[in-house]
Design a binder for this molecule. Structure first.
Ligand code: ATP
Ligand code: MG
Length: 747
């Protein structure tokens, strides 16, 4: 507070090509004002222009060296009084180097949050910072603090929900590892403290995150705790503003991770936690060994996460499971399923003829897996290594090949795990379900898997990135589009701010019948199709999209956050995701003794025929995504844009190019540009007169602040259309403080 609130016209970047910036440039030279210039390597550095000649500027850099750069590579820097402002709207000159500098200046002092107009920017600190906990919650609640913060976003959402009786949403976007999940937890923590009653449900709500992370997060090359599912958490409040329930909705889990890992990555945390932390009796029951003994875990050469003690995490998990009232028997059932997956992974096959047909190698893996799943060893062996063929009235068993058998085994493991994940979510939802009578409004927190681009990208990245496109459109629509439409509707003289619309890319995915998802489904439904025919089909049919390129079994999509090349290998099978009837048979006979709620939710199929009519994974994903987005449309949104400062997950390190890239993706400059049109600069009369009052003739100084403000405005001949006088404040069009500062500098 007390800081100058000030912004400039949205035209700054265009000055480069306009006479206006040339005049301005001379002024910057004369006054030795700070500028940004872009060096040949693309980096922006600050300095002062010493002189210009033609299209060249000689710039003195802060290290004392002088460089010559084209005038077009020079942009104005902001006056020092604006250094580190907490809302980018206050910057006089809105350009990429200025925004970046401002954010970095704050970040270096652990001020990781900034505002970009209505949106919050959060830069991942990769270390603990002292901004959270009880004291801060109280300070934000009592409005003693108003620095940008996720708490303040949650606080605004809560107040609006209570005042307007409309459900709210907190929408968190950002790439993988940018801090979305942590931010979501801080928001939940704040709401839990505000809405905390005496029934303890808020504690349960908080503990759900821990459970979801144990079962749905894993170490990837980008993030040691990467969410491999998307989630929307609804927190329900009663009319008194107390939490009365919650509901978790998820977007499908990346289940391929259960059986296959990239080097240096891990499977879901729970596997390692269980292996490291299970107490002796449980170990015995599950025949559990160390994580390094299991193929599904040891294949990637990475079993531990730096600074994480899996055994300790297991204790916390047990506590969380107890808090959300998952019974001991249910917990044991869950661990049994986890262990069965691990043992399945250790089952091996040996070739028995020269057509590479196989049989299962007898081992403790088969025995343990069978007993944990609840079937006989023989049934498991038959289901994994043979195909049951109807011959007249009899069934005969035909041996599978190595590849087929491995696929069967992995499909079974993936199914068990995905089923378990959904089951756990259901259990939590059941326990947190609100009393219908109490139901009032909710605050919804959306945290999905961030945009991903790896060396090799497959079906999983295809879906994750598609979800991010949808999310980005939601953000764009609210922050950029609707706002402008309202100005236009209101007849305000408004020059439109263009922004990168991602509709084209969404069309590429969603259009019928010639979109990526339609074509994928079409191929998935054809028995003759292969991954290669799918890739060919794309090449053949999708010609006109500027977001698409294809080459052999690969195709490339230009996303809002960058270009990603996808490998079509395996894509049809993953999209069909059919469980072989022999496996279904095995599962249904194995769980017949279980109570209804613990049975596998097995897809129904016509026996003996692969059922291609069932909904494909991509279609289900799209439908789920639409449902979530629809739900969000009925709420008042609050946006948080998370930024990852470096790719090394290290504190105190900021990679400028990486940050700029993300600012562009979130449309930060455009959001600010739109928000600050109108009268975004606000100063109380006191603030204004204490900074500029000394410029008035002496006899004016005794007047009240309002009259003094008006006198100053007249003195400087500021045009009436550039400001409005309020009872307590002056409201300026953007850019006005910079000109007042200029006058002040000249005195
Ligand atoms: P993904 O899309 O892969 O799920 P994400 O955006 O959810 O990524 P997080 O898991 O929230 O990213 O953050 C990654 C890591 O960054 C965290 O495990 C934590 O170490 C660190 N981190 C993020 N935000 C904060 C914060 N506010 N304070 C301290 N550390 C943080
Ligand atoms: Mg996450």
């Amino acid at each position: 507070t007390g800081r100058l609130r000030e912004v400039s016209g949205g035209k700054v970047e265009k000055w480069r090509s306009e006479a206006e910036w040339d005049d301005r440039l001379d002024y910057f030279v004369k006054k030795k004002l700070r500028i940004w210039c872009r060096l040949r390597n693309g980096a922006w550095v600050s300095g002062h222009i010493q002189s210009t000649s033609g299209e060249k500027a000689m710039v003195l850099l802060s290290d004392g060296s002088v460089v010559t750069v084209p005038v077009g590579e020079v942009l104005p820097a902001n006056p020092d009084v604006l250094e580190g402002v907490d809302d980018l709207m206050q910057l006089s000159y809105l350009n990429e180097p200025s925004v970046l500098h401002n954010l970095q200046h704050r970040y270096a002092q652990d001020m990781i949050y900034s505002k970009a107009g209505p949106a919050l920017i959060a830069i991942n600190p990769f270390k603990d910072i002292q901004l959270y906990g009880n004291e801060f919650v109280t300070a934000y609640r009592q409005k003693l603090l108003n620095d940008p913060h996720v708490y303040s976003i949650a606080d605004t959402a809560y107040d609006r929900m209570m005042e307007d009786e409309i459900s709210q949403s907190i929408i968190i976007s950002g790439g993988s590892g940018s801090g979305k999940t942590e931010t979501a937890k801080f928001a939940m923590e704040y709401l839990a403290m505000l809405g905390g009653g005496s029934n303890g449900i808020e504690k349960e709500v908080l503990q759900t995150s821990y459970i979801l992370e144990a079962f749905g997060n894993a170490k990837t090359s980008r993030n040691n705790n990467s969410s491999r599912f998307g989630k929307l958490i609804e927190i329900h409040f009663n009319t008194a503003g107390r939490i009365c329930g919650a509901k978790i909705q998820t977007l499908i889990l990346e289940k391929s991770r259960v059986v296959q890992l990239l080097d240096g990555e891990r499977s879901y945390h729970i596997f390692y936690q269980l292996c490291a932390g299970a107490p002796p009796t449980l170990r015995d029951k599950l025949k559990l060994k160390g994580a390094s003994e299991y193929k599904y875990l040891n294949q990637s050469g990475c079993l531990v996460i730096h600074d994480v003690d899996d055994a300790e995490e297991f204790c916390k998990l047990m506590e969380a499971l107890n808090t959300v009232r998952i019974s001991e028997r249910d917990q044991e059932h869950a661990f049994q399923m986890i262990a069965s997956v691990l043992w399945l992974g250790n089952i091996t096959f040996q070739i028995i003829d020269n057509e590479s047909h196989v049989e299962v190698v007898q081992s403790e893996a088969v025995t343990n897996a069978a007993s944990l799943i609840g079937c006989t060893v023989n049934d498991l062996i038959l289901a994994l290594s043979t195909c049951q063929i109807q011959a007249g009235k009899d069934k005969i068993a035909k041996s599978l090949t190595v590849e087929q058998a491995t696929d069967r085994r992995d499909a079974l493991a993936k199914f068990i795990y995905a089923n378990l994940f959904d089951w756990i979510v259901d259990q939590m939802n059941r326990n947190l379900a609100m009393d219908k009578e109490q139901m009032g409004r909710s605050i919804n927190i959306l945290d999905i898997y961030g945009f991903e681009s790896f060396k090799r990208n497959t079906f999983e990245q295809f879906l994750i990135n598609y979800a991010n496109e949808r999310l980005q459109q939601h953000v764009n629509r609210h922050l950029l589009k609707l706002e402008q439409e309202e100005y236009e509707l209101d007849g305000i003289d408004w020059s439109k701010v263009d922004f990168e619309d991602n509709q084209e890319c969404l069309n590429l995915f969603e259009k019928k019948p010639i979109g990526l998802i339609s074509l994928l489904n079409e191929e998935s439904n054809s028995l003759k199709a292969t991954d290669l025919t799918f890739a060919c089909k794309l090449k053949q049919h999708i010609k006109s999209s500027p977001c698409f390129k294809s080459e052999r079994e690969k195709f490339c999509i230009r996303h809002y956050a960058g270009e990603v090349t996808y490998d079509a290998t395996g894509i049809l099978a993953k999209n069909r995701d059919v469980l072989h009837p022999d496996i279904i048979q095995l599962l249904s006979s194995s769980d017949s003794h279980l109570p209804e709620d613990k049975k596998f939710s097995i897809p129904s199929t016509d026996t003996g025929v692969l059922d291609f009519q069932k909904q494909s994974v991509a279609t289900k994903f799209k439908d789920n995504l639409f449902k979530l987005m629809q739900q969000l449309e009925n709420t008042i949104p609050h946006f948080i844009c998370c930024i990852k400062p470096n790719n090394k997950q290290l504190p105190g390190m900021s990679d400028k190019d990486l940050v700029i890239e993300q600012l562009r993706c979130c449309g930060v400059l455009e959001v600010v540009r739109i928000s600050r049109s109108g009268y975004p600069t606000r100063l109380t009369h006191q603030e204004f007169t204490s900074r500029y009052g000394f410029l008035l003739p002496k006899d004016n100084a005794s007047q009240d602040p309002l009259s003094m403000s008006v006198a100053i405005l007249h003195q400087f001949g500021i045009l009436p259309e550039l400001y409005q006088v309020g009872y307590t404040k002056l409201y300026f069009r953007s850019g006005q403080i910079a000109s007042l500062e200029d006058v002040r500098n000249q005195v």
